[in-house]
Write a protein that binds this ligand. Structure first.
Ligand code: AHR
Length: 494
């Protein structure tokens, strides 16, 4: 029997809704086709945005979207993407497939997409190949409501009101595709660039995010925090779960055995160590935890689907991805004293996408269902909880059998999210509350074979279903969690 102890009397940090954010880059079919089809498309759209995708994202309660990259951000010149579409520059997307980027999706289109979804905006600026002036003028263009050259240009381009920019990233992966900088150099550049990310708002503040480390590059975190920590609101962290040992053999998204399943989940769990160790370094410079750790790229990265453009990073998504999502989101919830936002890579048709499209068809991936099942954690308060786990796995790839997190929403309801990572065993779980007695419980389950996935011919092979096999007795909630499954429970206490 796995005992899950919940202590409603010990509330912890707020789980920012932004932990459930996503990332969208000008990469493959994420923006073009996946989100934006243009107003002339036969695919039903509103101002060029796919209605089916926007509606699904609203249902998932997508809180924030990062754009335009990724590596693309440090080559993006925002002026190429404003004004009459026919006059916009056609450029080559050097990072992603060498395809033509016609800039038909630019600042106004991104803002329109976020307006339709009802989400916050996270813009990533160009440090690698852009100037301070260019970044400063972009911020002025988007956010200044008075009279100025950039505000006037925005108005000429059809948008009278200033837009809301909630988050602004000063460069992306500047240790790599964003300029191959050393941390000392980047930290100084960050200090300079961010000075001119002016705050024109009277009632709100742009949250400035510095480029953080690649995975376990702890010295990057140490140096950037030391030199520039006091000038930032957030520091990013990028970590991808890649089963293979080299980038040419990452592993297939759908063809894998049990050993590779456990290897993948063991690598997904590594993010726990990253959160602890980067968090400990940040604590040294920022003991009051004013600077958020922003995990703005995370998720699985497999070989592309056979026959697709290698530069488009299109991969399928199975129950294994659902497990990676459940592990990661539970960990982000549990570290929400430091983790203030996370953005899975990427929203549609790229890497661990929540949505895949093919022409007019759209499907929701297992990862989508996890995000939706976890959405009641958004802006709730993390509760103290602990779960007795066993170690499972194969060979060196050992992981806990179960992962969980628990929160309380402002209406008092409690959300428990739990995943059973074992491929063989179901486990009986008994939930015990230190205070209060459960009065009512509803549940949702996502389960299937480790490689189960949705296709355009069978789009509902993996989907969330009601979970009613719970027993309320003696102040506890008992149930069996099947192998390879994710459960979310909503509980009211009396
Ligand atoms: O998400 C794909 C790429 O991965 C991003 O462009 C880059 O930031 C990272 O290396």
């Amino acid at each position: 029997m796995a005992k899950l102890y919940v202590n409603p009397g010990n509330p912890k940090s707020k789980i920012n809704k932004e932990i459930y954010g996503n990332f969208s880059e000008h990469l493959g079919r994420c923006i073009y086709e996946g989100l934006f089809v243009g107003t002339d498309s036969p695919i039903p759209n509103t101002n060029g945005m796919r209605n089916d995708v926007v509606n699904a994202l609203k249902e998932m309660k997508l809180p924030v979207l990062r754009w335009p990259g990724g590596c693309f951000a440090d080559e993006y010149h925002w002026m190429d993407g404003i004004g009459p579409k026919k006059k916009r520059k056609k450029i080559v997307n050097t990072h992603w497939g060498g395809v033509v980027e016609d800039n038909s999706f630019g600042t106004h289109e991104f803002m329109e997409l976020c307006r339709q979804i009802g989400c916050e905006t996270y813009i990533n600026g160009n440090v690698g190949s852009g100037t301070v002036r260019e970044m400063s003028e972009w911020v002025e263009y988007m956010t200044f409501s008075g009279v100025s050259p950039m505000a006037d240009l925005r108005k000429e381009n059809g948008h009278e009101e200033a837009y809301t920019v909630n988050y602004f990233g000063v460069g992306n992966e500047n240790w790599g595709c964003g300029g191959n900088m050393r941390p000392e150099y980047y930290a100084d550049e960050y200090r300079r660039y961010q000075t001119y990310v002016r705050n024109y708002y009277k009632d709100k503040k742009i949250y400035k995010i510095a480029c953080g480390p690649n995975a376990d590059d702890y010295s990057w975190t140490d140096t950037v925090m030391k030199i520039a920590g006091k000038y930032m609101d957030g520091l990013s962290l990028h970590y991808y779960t890649v089963p293979g040992d080299d980038w040419d053999h990452k592993g297939s998204a759908t063809q894998f055995d049990e050993a590779e399943y456990y290897l993948t989940l063991r690598k997904a769990y590594f993010i726990k160590e990253l959160l602890h160790r980067h968090g400990a370094i940040m604590d040294r410079y920022d003991p009051k935890k004013k600077v958020g750790l922003i995990v703005d790229e995370w998720g699985t990265w497999f070989d592309v689907e056979p026959g697709t453009n290698p530069g488009f990073l299109y991969q399928q998504n199975t129950m294994r991805d659902a497990m990676v999502a459940a592990i990661s989101l539970n960990l982000f919830n549990k570290h929400s004293d430091r983790v203030k936002m996370a953005n899975i890579a990427q929203l549609v048709n790229v890497l661990q996408a929540v949505i895949l499209t093919e022409g007019e068809k759209m499907l929701l991936t297992p990862t989508y269902h996890v995000f939706k099942m976890f959405c009641d954690h958004q802006d709730a308060t993390l509760l103290d909880s602990s779960l007795a786990t066993e170690t499972i796995g194969m060979g060196k790839n050992l992981i806990p059998n179960l992962t969980e997190s628990v929160s309380r929403a402002s209406d008092g309801s409690i959300t428990i999210t739990l995943a059973n990572l074992s491929l063989e065993h179901a486990y009986p779980v008994e939930t015990v509350f230190a205070e209060g007695t459960p009065d009512h419980v509803t549940g949702t389950i996502l389960t299937g074979a480790m490689d189960a996935h949705n296709t355009f011919d069978a789009p509902e092979t993996v989907k969330a279903a009601d979970f009613t096999d719970t027993k309320l007795a003696d102040g506890t909630i008992s149930f069996d969690i099947p192998p390879c499954s994710v459960i979310s429970l909503k509980v009211t206490l009396k």
